[in-house]
Write a protein that binds this ligand. Structure first.
Ligand code: HEM
Length: 300
């Protein structure tokens, strides 16, 4: 299988930085590949860098290497006025490593490389909080697949267009921690379907609990995604930058439908009472060989 971008699977990095860009109208493929080569050149050795593309940008750069079912993110219109907005971008850079300063140094160089060709739509510092907890206090990642299982969940399989690459969902979620903090601990646990101190599954969790909305089984097969989300923010604003990888984009779409009341049972995820997404994009992170063929460089 072609080699996946190593940044996807490098875990235990405390500092994260996300950049989402939209290309300016009239952009040229030559100018973009030149800019991307100098952006990729700027990566310090100790910083992991992932580069991913929105559907339109990738189709223009590599029309013969577009994976099946690669769609742009469209807003998910949920019940009770709760929606997942679509802010589809063209380029996603995810930097992560041991040092925030190196991430910033790299982000500044990317900014210089893309000046004139793309507009920065979102920049966000993210960080690992305590023992990998979301700011609500709940451990995030307990059921995440590991090692070979993570690769199976995340990577487009051999033999398919885009093999070794991965579909990506990013959503910046903003939390209402005051509202969530007003719940008793057992009420908070019913929201997630797990206990707060040690993330033990609650057997009789209600069908509206977060884990019950996102656990997916189709024809007896459990459909997994590989999550790399991190908290963001400080006192005034805060939340989770949701970042996940999948071999199949429709798994994300089905999970979001189940969270926003668009599945047959019409139920909303209780989490949406306390947190709301403010951005949403689907991306494709090509394998190194695919990226080298399209751009002339890749983040090794
Ligand atoms: C505010 C946003 C979110 C927060 C705070 C959050 C937090 C959590 C927590 C605490 C867990 C339980 C522990 C674990 O297994 O990791 C969990 C599980 C999970 N979440 Fe989320 N999540 C958020 C959004 C999402 C979204 C948007 C998706 C999918 C599109 C998603 C997919 C999953 C999956 C697949 C699991 C594992 C379920 C299982 O197999 O038990 N989450 N999340």
């Amino acid at each position: 299988m072609p080699t996946p971008q190593p940044a996807i699977f490098r875990e235990n990095t405390p500092h994260h930085f996300f950049l989402e860009y939209r290309l300016r109208p009239g952009w040229h493929a030559d100018a973009l590949t030149r800019s991307l080569r100098s952006a990729l050149d700027a990566r310090p050795d100790d910083t992991n860098l992932l580069l991913a593309f929105g559907r339109d940008a990738w189709e223009r750069l590599a029309p013969d290497a577009v994976p099946d079912n690669f769609i742009a993110f469209h807003p998910v219109l949920g019940r009770q006025d709760r929606t997942a907005p679509g802010t589809q971008g063209d380029l996603l850079f995810w930097l992560h490593g041991a040092r925030h300063d190196l991430n910033v140094q790299c982000a500044l160089a990317i900014g210089r490389a893309l000046a004139g060709i793309a507009t920065l739509e979102l920049e966000q510092h993210g960080f690992v909080y305590l023992d990998s907890r979301d700011l609500t206090g709940f451990i995030d990642g307990t059921e995440n697949p590991r090692d070979a299982e993570a690769r199976t969940a995340a990577l487009i399989p051999d033999g398919m267009t885009g093999a070794g690459g991965s579909f990506v969902l990013t959503q910046q979620w903003a939390h209402d921690l005051e509202r969530f903090g007003a719940l008793r601990q057992d009420e908070q646990e019913a929201v997630f379907g797990r206990t707060r101190p040690d993330s033990v599954a609650i057997d009789d969790a209600p069908p509206t609990a977060h884990v019950k909305r996102v656990e997916l089984e189709v024809d007896g097969e459990e459909l997994k995604i590989y999550r790399r989300s991190v908290p963001w923010g400080g006192l005034r604003q805060h939340g989770l930058y949701f970042l996940a990888f999948s071999r199949e984009i429709m798994v994300f779409a089905m999970q979001l439908d189940r969270m926003f009341g668009r599945a047959d049972d019409g139920l909303m995820d209780r989490l949406t009472e306390f947190s709301a997404p403010v951005s949403g994009s689907y991306w494709y992170a090509p394998a190194l060989e695919t990226l080298r063929a399209a751009v002339g460089a890749a983040p090794e």
